[in-house]
Design a protein around this ligand. Structure first.
Ligand SMILES: Nc1ncnc2c1ncn2[C@@H]1O[C@H](COP(=O)(O)OP(=O)(O)O)[C@@H](O)[C@H]1O
Ligand SMILES: [Mg+2]
Length: 155
């Protein structure tokens, strides 16, 4: 699935649709460069789950946990592990496949910790066109659970 998003609202509308589909144990990877919209997407998803607390990027804490009505939401941003490495010693895998839903920014830095079945959301900023900055969001699945989410999202 691939779509063009022209505004923050469009990005967050997709995130809100995803919020209706996630279940405890789901892991979602948010890929894309700095400024691609990973945190913006997560904010849209969190708000749709009824989280009122402002969602701040957890760059220095690695993980922030939010409580929703039904499950915890874990927002991971492991960007700083890129320089330091050592992600596999931090026990981050405890956030995946358990009682909560995990969204991960810069998951490539904890590759060996990730479960097999994940929903991957690629956010990208393409070149400037005459109407502004073109952005696209692509979603793909790597296993049965994420395939089910993707199928529902495509409806
Ligand atoms: N369509 C869009 N989707 C997401 N963010 C957008 C969009 N258009 C503009 N922006 C802006 O781009 C920035 C994205 O920042 P952020 O979500 O923090 O990126 P990341 O977490 O990927 O580094 C925000 O300032 C946001 O307002
Ligand atoms: Mg971010």
């Amino acid at each position: 699935m691939r779509l063009t998003v022209n505004t923050v609202e469009e990005t967050q509308t997709l995130a809100a649709r995803l919020a209706k589909l996630v279940q405890p144990g789901d892991t979602i990877l948010l890929n894309g460069d700095l400024g691609a919209g990973k945190t913006t997407f997560t904010q849209g998803l969190a708000r749709a789950l009824g989280i009122r607390r402002p969602l701040k990027s957890p760059t220095f804490t690695l993980v922030r946990e939010y409580q929703t009505e039904n499950f915890p939401l874990y927002h991971l941003d492991v960007y700083r592990l890129g320089e330091e490495g050592g992600g596999d010693e931090l026990g981050l895998a405890e956030y995946f496949g358990g009682e909560g839903v995990a969204l991960i920014e810069w998951s490539e830095f904890i590759q060996s910790e990730l479960p097999q079945d994940v929903l991957i959301i690629d956010l990208s900023r393409l070149d400037q066109d005459e109407t502004g900055l073109l952005r696209t969001i692509s979603v793909r699945a790597t296993g049965p659970r994420s395939e089910a989410i993707l199928a529902a999202l495509e409806k």
